[in-house]
Design a protein around this ligand. Structure first.
Ligand code: ADP
Length: 395
C-alpha cells in the first residue's frame, strides 16, 4: 500500500491553517495559511519544498478559500488524498477521543457551541465546506478537550452549586489536548519508558499556555478550565485572577462584562504586564535591555508557570519528568531556566549547555546529573491529527 495522505485543517473565524501530512514523510509536502477570510484582503499563503507563494482571494469565504487550496493539495498528494482531519476546539463531555464526522457527530459538535461560541462555529464552517467539496472522503474531528476527559471529578469540578454542572455543563474541560497527547507520548518514546506506565508534567507554552499532569498516557489534571482563560499567564490572557475582579471593576470603574472579558482575554498576560508586547521574543530582547515591564512580565510568567507545575504534581502517582513544548517552551532557554529555578524542591536541576542547545526544533533531555528528567519536545498537532485520522480509517 502506498504511503497515505491526510489533509489537516484548522479553521478559525477568519483563517484556515492547513497541512498535507504524508504518513511516510517527516516534513509536510504542502502547508499554508488563509488569512482575512471574508474580507477584501483575503489571501492564501502556500509553502512547499518548491518555495512560498501567496494568492489573493478577495472576499472569499471558507468554502471559496478551501476550493482554491484543495486542487493544490491534491496535486501535492500525487492525486490521492485519503482523508481529512479537522481540529475542533470543544468536544464537551461527549467526545473523549477523535471521531469520524457523521450527521450525528456533527450535531453533537453543534450542541457544544455554547461552550465555545467563537471557535466551534468556525471549525464547523470549515468542516461543512470540506464535506461539500469532498463528499466521498472520510473526515475526522480531533478535539482539543478530548484528552482531558480522563480527569477525575475532583480535578474538573468547580466549587459552585451542582446544578450549574449538571444542567449547564459548567466544569473544567482543558484545552491543548492534541499537543499534550503528542508530546507526552514522544517523551515516553525518547526516554524508553512505557507510556502506559509513566508520569509527566507537561508545559505547552505558545500564545496560549497550559500545564498538564499526564499519568500512564492519560490527563489527570490541566490548568485551563471551562475556557482557555484559566491558569497560566499567556500572550494576551491574564490566566487566573481573583474571580471578584469582575465585580470590582464593575463597581469601581463602571465597566460592563464585555469590556472586562476583552481586557482579560486580549489586553492582559505578557502584553498587559509588560505594556510592550505579547510576544516572548520581543520581551526577551527588551528584558536583556533592562525594560522594567519586560522584566516583570517574564518574572510573573515563569513564577506562575512553576507554581502551576508544582500544583499539577498532585495529579500524578509517579513523576518521570517535565516536558516543555510550544513556541516558548521549545525555544526559550531563559524561560526554562527561570521556571526550573522555582522548582528545585521537585528535584529538577538544569544542564545549562544542554538547555541552550535545545531551540529551533532541537529536542532532547536538558537535566543535570542527579536531576529528574527535563525534556524539550517540539509539538506537532498536525501530525497527531493525521495519525488519529489514519487510525480511524484503519478501524
Ligand atoms: P501558537 O500558540 O499561536 O501556536 P506558538 O506555539 O508558535 O504559538 O508560540 C508563540 C510564542 O513563542 C510567542 O510568544 C513567541 O515569541 C515565542 N517564541 C518563538 N520563538 C522564540 C524564541 N526563540 N525565544 C523566545 N520565545 C519564542
Amino acid at each position: 500500500m502506498p504511503a497515505r495522505n491526510i489533509l489537516v485543517i484548522n479553521c478559525g473565524s477568519s483563517s484556515i491553517k492547513f497541512a498535507l501530512v504524508n504518513e511516510a514523510q517527516a516534513t509536510f509536502p504542502l502547508q499554508g495559511l488563509a488569512e482575512c477570510i471574508g474580507t477584501a484582503e483575503a489571501v492564501i499563503h502556500f509553502e512547499s519544498a518548491a518555495g512560498k507563494e501567496s494568492v489573493k482571494v478577495p472576499n472569499a469565504d471558507h468554502q471559496a478559500a478551501l476550493a482554491q487550496i484543495l486542487p493544490r493539495v491534491e496535486d501535492a498528494a500525487g492525486g490521492h488524498l485519503d482523508g481529512i482531519g479537522h481540529r475542533v476546539v470543544h468536544g464537551g463531555e461527549k467526545f473523549f477521543a477523535s471521531t469520524l464526522l457523521t450527521d450525528e457527530t456533527l450535531a453533537s459538535i453543534e450542541a457544544n457551541i455554547q461552550l465555545a461560541p467563537l471557535h466551534n462555529p468556525a471549525n464547523l464552517s470549515g468542516i461543512h465546506a470540506a464535506i461539500n467539496l469532498f463528499p466521498e472522503l472520510p473526515q475526522v474531528g480531533v478535539f482539543d478537550t478530548a484528552f482531558h476527559q480522563t480527569m477525575p471529578p475532583h480535578a474538573y469540578r468547580y466549587a459552585i452549586p451542582g446544578f450549574l454542572y449538571e444542567e449547564h455543563g459548567v466544569r473544567r474541560y482543558g484545552f491543548h489536548g492534541t499537543s499534550l497527547r503528542f508530546v507526552s507520548r514522544r517523551a515516553a518514546e525518547m526516554t524508553g519508558l512505557p507510556v502506559e506506565n509513566s508520569g509527566w508534567l507537561v508545559a505547552h507554552l505558545g500564545n496560549g499556555c497550559s500545564t498538564c499532569a499526564v499519568q500512564n498516557g492519560e490527563s489527570r489534571d490541566t490548568s485551563m478550565g471551562l475556557t482557555p482563560l484559566e491558569g497560566l499567564v499567556m500572550g494576551t490572557r491574564s490566566g487566573d485572577v481573583d474571580p471578584s475582579l469582575h465585580y470590582f471593576l464593575n463597581r469601581t470603574l463602571g465597566w460592563d462584562l464585555a469590556k472586562i472579558d476583552n481586557l482579560l482575554n486580549k489586553e492582559s498576560g505578557l502584553k498587559g504586564l509588560s505594556g510592550l508586547s505579547n510576544d516572548m521574543r520581543t520581551l526577551a530582547d527588551a528584558r536583556n535591555a533592562g525594560h522594567p515591564g519586560a522584566v516583570l512580565a517574564f518574572e510573573v510568567f515563569c513564577y506562575r508557570l512553576a507554581k502551576s507545575l508544582a500544583a499539577m504534581s498532585c495529579g500524578l502517582d509517579s513523576l518521570d519528568g517535565l516536558v516543555f513544548t510550544g513556541g516558548i517552551g521549545e525555544n526559550s532557554a531563559a524561560v526554562r531556566q527561570r521556571t526550573l529555578g522555582h522548582l528545585k524542591l521537585l528535584g529538577f536541576k538544569l544542564d545549562d549547555a544542554a538547555n541552550a542547545r535545545c531551540t529551533r526544533g532541537v529536542s532532547g533531555e536538558i537535566q543535570a546529573e542527579g536531576s529528574r528528567r527535563i525534556l524539550v519536545v517540539p509539538t506537532n498537532e498536525e501530525r497527531q491529527i493525521a495519525l488519529d485520522t489514519l487510525a480511524l480509517l484503519d478501524a
